[in-house]
Unconditional design. Structure first.
Length: 1245
């Protein structure tokens, strides 16, 4: 714009000059045309003057217009320039690139905002100073660039390093251009910078990563090559070695199909296609490659795709697995040998089968097995050829023909040398070995190398294996070690087979013995799971149609008991507690008898729980034997042996192996199995000597490390039984020994287990409560436990060493007659009952031995008789209680009406006597009913702690005054403070009845003796009577010297109305009442009598041990039985209803009679009828007294209720605790007092 302003005067002058010239030329010509020549000069002068003024006017206007137009243009241009400058400044400040302008001297002229952010200096700090971000080391490079720009060059995209205000290095992409002035000269330099620090760092990291990757690939232990476009473009050093190449040019450019075996070309094509399509690595596979020398090698191949020069290449990794596959074959061989030998029927067939497997797995061309020529030559005689294995039978027939008829003495030929040396022998050159007698034949067939192995059993040879190979082969330590391991493995398998055969025979005998026992036996592990059962257990389950999957092996027996206990079965609760106590070590054993329901009659079983010997006291396995009262408990033990698998080879072998120095006895190398087994780290192992590992308890120091059985000490101090297979070798120029340690702890433990099993079986048999006798068919006693010897020789009188010909009248043939499951025989001898059970060990086989079980069942017999009597008495008692209720209703009517008539004043003396007789006889009948209720245990009792001895003394005084003088009475007691919780009236009545019976049994006099003794019975201690429980008891015996009771009458002695007295002499209720009263006191009673000698009745009562007793409250003051209240009477018997209504009306009460509980509730629901008391019978139709009492208590809690019952109410009547009741028959005064007492204490009173 300044340039345009400067040119304005020139433009004006030029415009003015042009106008002036045009005006002169045009105006003069026009005047010449317009003005005539003869025009006056004055006019012409005027025209010329006007023409001049007109020119001035026109030029002035034109100049004005010109200047105005130019000025407007200049203003517009100035505004546009200002706007463009502002926009350019904003653009430069907002651009993401740093813009810096300097003058030729390097002084900053412009510095935008991105430059501030990039370099850290503000525009104010940078302006007017030399570029601050150029460091001293960058000055020379900066000066060169500046000079190139000042020379007119434009530099684009150069990468430079600069520094920020904070001193950090940054990398820039720099573009530089010169700034030219209007005259074309360079007035400055403009630079644009882009921060490429992150990009530069990423490139550097990528370059370093690439270098590391190339190093990793180049020096990787596995072979690696890159396949690009079906050609190898990279191969590392391991790849060259794998393919047998000397330099990479031998492999690069080859197709991968040239390097792999043709059998794998099609799978390789499919894998390459999969890699390129899916773009993901594929799993490793095993394939075969072909080396440059033509040898085929097994490899494991893995591949993955990756980008390479704009396309996809394949990264391939090869790992030589030849050694691994060979090791797998060898390990499989060692694992297979024990199974081959175990499956073989004989030693010879096992050796022959093992021979073929070794040849196939290792690659021997021919194998032989040599054994002693005869049994007497087993140690020092000649050897004969047992079998040969041929890889090429057509070539090896000659060798067989030469060897088969030949025998070798010890040290002769290879078999004899191995037999004599008892170690592995390697023959590297058969042709040059003078000791090899068959050398010429072997050379003709091409055999050059041989090896011989001794098969040692218990450190003595039993066979020799020889193997031959065509072609030369150097001695290889790993091969010798393998063959040594083969020999050890075969020998160990033979020894294990012998132990297994012996163990199987012992198990068979043990199982047969346990199965012969009649008890149902199960063995539980520590968690309660059934691990074994005997045949009796299975037979019992089958006979009872039980599912074996719910009661057989593998089922948790404790959980079965828990499920039964949860249902409330009392026996299951006790059995479960006992099993847990024995398993937890809280009890030594547990025995419990329990009933089991049966279709015809109840059965009783006994369960015996016994821990196995030697178990952990807090967590024990137990034997559970369920035994019928007539059967024998037995136990079954099971021992399972799992076969241990062995592996060989050094690094991967699961057996501990090491190499040690012969001179120093130091370890030179150990495998991982040894490190893991012995607990030492590898470094610790290599710092030890053999003497620090081996125990000298079974080996002299000179034998340390050699072959044989040893005991090794682990790091934690434990001793390990091992069998060492050792072989000398050269290890890095040092004389060394390779040793393999086979853990034989299991083998030794097996022998110990056999002994422990035998002892445990003997302990089980010795601890059973029954007699167990093992008999030969001839009757000879082969084995007997202590109980069996006591029965056989003590009870039945047979002498030691004498064959058993019979027992108590049973011949041996009868005794040993059975249906296969065992025959039971009952024997009665000397007032004792015995049970004998005979069972053959092998049913159905002639000449089999027999197991004879003997058991004393006298207590079981007596218990069964006692229980039958108890059941009969309980049945009679239930019947008597029902009859008593009906009789009480009848007697209640008679007594109430008779008492009402007796109170009438106008009766004659005769009538009063008659009523008195009626009342007395009715009361006598009521007393008999009370005796019946005593027998049925339904009488009313008020039990309090009482001293028995003072009660007996008081009763004896009464008896001395009532009994005849010819009867002597005595009392014996060892203390004065025996207490029982009893009703004194009832107890006195029971004792009095007994004394009266004794009196009647002594018509001519005699002795009546009372005795009191305290007894305490603990758990497991025998009890006098079956229905008693452990605890503190008081025994009261009443003995007389009377006529006694005949044995046939004893079972019925407690039956109601049973009597041996003459008619009219007794009711037969005395002893029945005694029985009921004792039972109601939770006691027991028994009778022992001999005719002509007398009778003893023994009463057992639970002893009360409290030392103090609470005083009873004083009786309430009696009130008059009369009243005016309203009583709701509920009674279904019309006669009883009428009599009670009459009595209540006599007392002045208002009576509302109804016949059942439903009618009573209806009356109570009527609001206009106010009831003060309910008097109800107990047994009624529709709704009885129990339901009515509960309804009244719920709906009318303040209303008193009195129940009338034919038998007393107590704790056995649920829901009636605390209820008021009165016993039928009752008299009117008793009823009046009961009613008045309830009314006086009711809230309404």
């Amino acid at each position: 714009m300044e340039h345009s302003i400067k040119r304005i005067p020139l433009r004006i002058a030029l415009v003015y000059l042009v106008i002036a010239v045009m005006w002169v030329l045009l105006s003069d010509n026009v005047l010449n045309l317009l003005i005539l020549p003869d025009t006056e000069p004055q006019l012409f002068a005027v025209v010329q003057t006007l023409k001049g003024w007109l020119f001035v006017l026109i030029t002035a206007v034109l100049l004005y217009l010109l200047l105005r137009s130019k000025l407007a243009h200049l203003q517009t241009e100035t505004a546009v320039r200002s706007q463009l400058q502002q926009e350019m400044h904003s653009l430069l400040q907002a651009m993401p690139l740093a813009l810096v302008q300097i003058d030729p001297d390097g002084i900053v002229q412009y510095w935008n905002r991105p430059a501030e952010q990039m370099f850290g200096w503000t525009a104010q700090e940078a302006h007017g100073r030399v570029l601050p971000y150029v460091g001293p080391e960058q000055q020379q490079e900066f000066a060169a660039l500046t000079q190139r720009v000042l020379n007119g060059e434009v530099i684009v995209g150069v990468e430079v390093e600069r520094q920020t205000k904070a001193g950090e290095r940054i990398f820039l992409n720099l573009s530089i251009a010169p700034v030219r002035a209007a005259d074309g000269r360079i007035s400055g330099i403009t630079s644009i910078s882009r921060d490429i620090t992150e990009q530069k760092m990423a490139q550097t990291a990528l370059l370093e990563k690439e270098l590391r990757y190339r190093s990793l690939v180049e020096f990787a232990p596995n072979a690696i090559f890159v396949n690009h476009s079906e050609r190898l473009v990279l191969a590392n050093q391991a790849c060259l070695q794998l393919f047998g190449a000397d330099h990479e040019e031998q492999l690069l450019g080859k197709s991968p199909y040239e390097l792999f075996h043709p059998d794998y070309h099609q799978p390789i094509r499919q894998r390459i296609h999969q890699l390129r399509v899916e773009g993901q690595p594929v799993p490793a596979v095993e394939e075969k490659i072909v080396r440059l020398d033509g040898r085929v090698v097994d490899v494991e191949v893995s591949a993955a795709p990756f980008p390479y020069e704009g396309s996809i290449a394949l990264h391939v990794i090869l790992r030589d697995v030849t050694a691994r596959k060979q090791a797998e074959r060898h390990n499989y061989l060692l694992l297979a040998l024990p199974n081959i030998i175990a499956d073989a029927p004989s030693l010879e067939s096992a050796l022959e089968a093992a021979l073929g497997r070794v040849c196939e797995s290792v690659g021997w061309d021919l194998g032989e097995v040599w054994i002693p020529a005869a049994a007497e030559d087993a140690l020092s005689g000649s050897l004969k050829l047992l079998a040969q294995y041929h890889q090429h039978p057509e070539l090896d027939a000659a060798f067989w023909s030469f060897s088969q008829p030949t025998t070798f003495a010890p040290a002769e030929d290879l078999p004899g040398r191995v037999w004599a040396a008892q170690e592995v022998v390697w023959v590297p050159n058969l042709a040059g070995d003078p000791a090899f007698a068959r050398g010429e034949t072997a050379v003709q067939l091409g055999f050059e190398v041989a090896i011989g192995l001794p098969i040692l059993l218990n450190n003595s040879p039993i066979a020799v294996m020889c193997f031959f190979l065509r072609g030369a082969r150097p001695k290889e330590d790993h091969l010798v070690s393998l063959m040594s391991g083969v020999a050890v493995q075969i020998a160990a398998a033979f020894q294990r087979k012998q132990y297994q055969e012996k163990l199987s025979e012992a198990q068979r005998l043990a199982q047969a013995t346990i199965d012969s026992l009649s008890a149902h036996i199960a063995v539980l592990d520590e968690d309660g799971v059934i691990i074994a059962v005997n045949q009796s257990w299975l037979d019992f389950a089958h006979a009872n149609h039980a599912d074996l999957s719910r009661v057989g092996v593998g089922v948790n027996y404790v959980q079965i008991c828990e499920a039964a206990a949860a249902l409330g079965e009392e026996e299951a609760v006790r059995i479960l507690a006992g099993i847990r106590a024995v398993m937890g070590g809280k009890k030594a054993t547990m025995t419990l008898e329990y009933p089991s329901p049966a279709p015809h009659a109840p059965r009783w079983f006994a369960i015996h729980v016994t821990p196995l010997p030697g178990e952990d006291p807090g967590r024990r396995r137990v034997v559970v034997a369920h035994e019928n009262i007539t059967s024998l408990k037995q136990a079954e033990l099971a021992l399972r042996d799992s076969e241990q698998h062995y592996r060989l080879l050094f690094d991967d072998n699961p057996q501990p192996m090491w190499v040690y120095d012969v001179q120093m006895s130091t370890f030179l190398a150990v495998n991982d199995a040894a490190v893991e087994k012995y607990g030492y780290s590898r470094a610790e192992f290599l710092s030890l000597t053999l003497a620090e590992v081996e125990s000298f308890s079974e080996a002299t120091p000179s034998d340390v490390g050699r072959s044989g059985e040893r005991r090794h000490r682990l790091k934690d101090g434990r001793l390990l039984d091992v069998e060492i297979a050792a072989h000398e070798l050269d290890f890095n120029g040092r004389a060394a020994v390779l040793a393999v340690a086979f853990d034989i702890t299991e083998r030794k433990q097996l022998a110990a287990d056999r002994l422990a099993q035998t002892r445990r079986l003997q302990e089980i048999v010795d601890t059973v409560p029954e007699g167990v006798v093992l008999l030969a068919e001839s009757g000879q006693v082969m084995l007997a436990n202590p109980q069996g010897r006591r029965f056989l020789f003590g009870v039945f009188g047979w002498a030691e060493g004498q064959p058993v010909q019979g027992v108590n009248g049973l011949s041996l043939a009868q005794l040993l007659t059975t249906n296969g499951r065992g025959a039971s025989h009952a024997v009665h001898k000397d007032d004792r009952y015995y049970e004998l059970l005979a069972r053959p060990i092998t049913p159905g086989r002639s000449g089999s031995n027999w197991v004879l079980l003997l058991r004393d069942v006298t207590e079981d017999h007596e218990r069964e008789q006692y229980q039958q009597a108890q059941d009969r008495l309980a049945t009679v008692g239930q019947l008597a209680a029902g009859i008593a209720h009906d009789f009480n209703n009848v007697l209640a009517v008679i007594i109430l009406y008779a008492q009402m008539l007796e109170s009438t004043v106008d009766l004659s003396p005769k009538d009063q006597g008659t009523l008195s007789t009626i009342i007395d006889q009715a009361q006598h009948a009521a007393d008999m009913i009370a005796q019946i209720l005593d027998f049925s245990r339904r009488s009313m009792m008020e039990r309090t702690p009482i001293a028995v001895l003072p009660l007996l003394k008081e009763m004896l005084k009464l008896l001395q005054n009532t009994l005849p003088e010819n009867i002597e009475i005595g009392l014996h007691s060892d203390a004065e403070d025996y207490m029982v919780l009893a009703d004194p009236t009832r107890l006195r009545q029971a004792l009095m009845n007994t004394a009266v019976n004794s009196r009647d049994a002594m018509p001519h006099g005699g002795e009546l003796r009372f005795a009191v003794t305290a007894l305490t019975f603990t758990a497991g201690q025998p009890l006098p009577l079956p229905d008693m429980t452990p605890g503190d008891w008081l025994r009261v015996t009443i003995s007389d010297s009377g006529v006694g009771i005949p044995p046939e009458n004893l079972p019925r002695i407690f039956d109601p109305f049973f009597t041996t007295k003459a008619p009219g002499k007794g009711t037969g209720l005395g002893l029945a009442q005694l029985y009921g009263i004792v039972k109601q006191h939770d006691g027991s009673v028994s009778v022992d009598s001999r005719v002509g000698e007398g009778t003893t009745i023994t009463i057992y009562l639970p002893r009360f041990v409290a030392q103090a007793k609470e005083g009873r409250s004083a009786a309430s003051r009696a009130t008059a039985p009369s009243g005016t209240e309203t009583i709701l009477l509920v009674e279904d018997n019309p006669k009883v209803l009428a009599s009670v209504v009459a009595v209540l009306a006599q007392f002045g009460y208002n009576v509302l009679p109804v016949q059942n509980g439903l009618e009573a509730l209806d009356v109570l629901a009527q609001n206009d009828k106010r009831v003060d008391l309910v008097l109800s019978d107990m047994v009624m139709p529709e709704m009885g007294g129990l339901e009515l009492q509960q309804s009244v208590k719920l709906r009318y809690p303040d209303l008193p209720l009195l129940l009338m019952t034919g038998y007393p109410l107590g704790e056995q009547d649920p829901g009636l605790t605390g209820a008021a009741w009165i016993m039928k028959p009752f008299d009117s005064s008793e009823l009046g007092r009961k009613i008045r007492a309830l009314l006086d204490v009711s809230p309404a009173a």
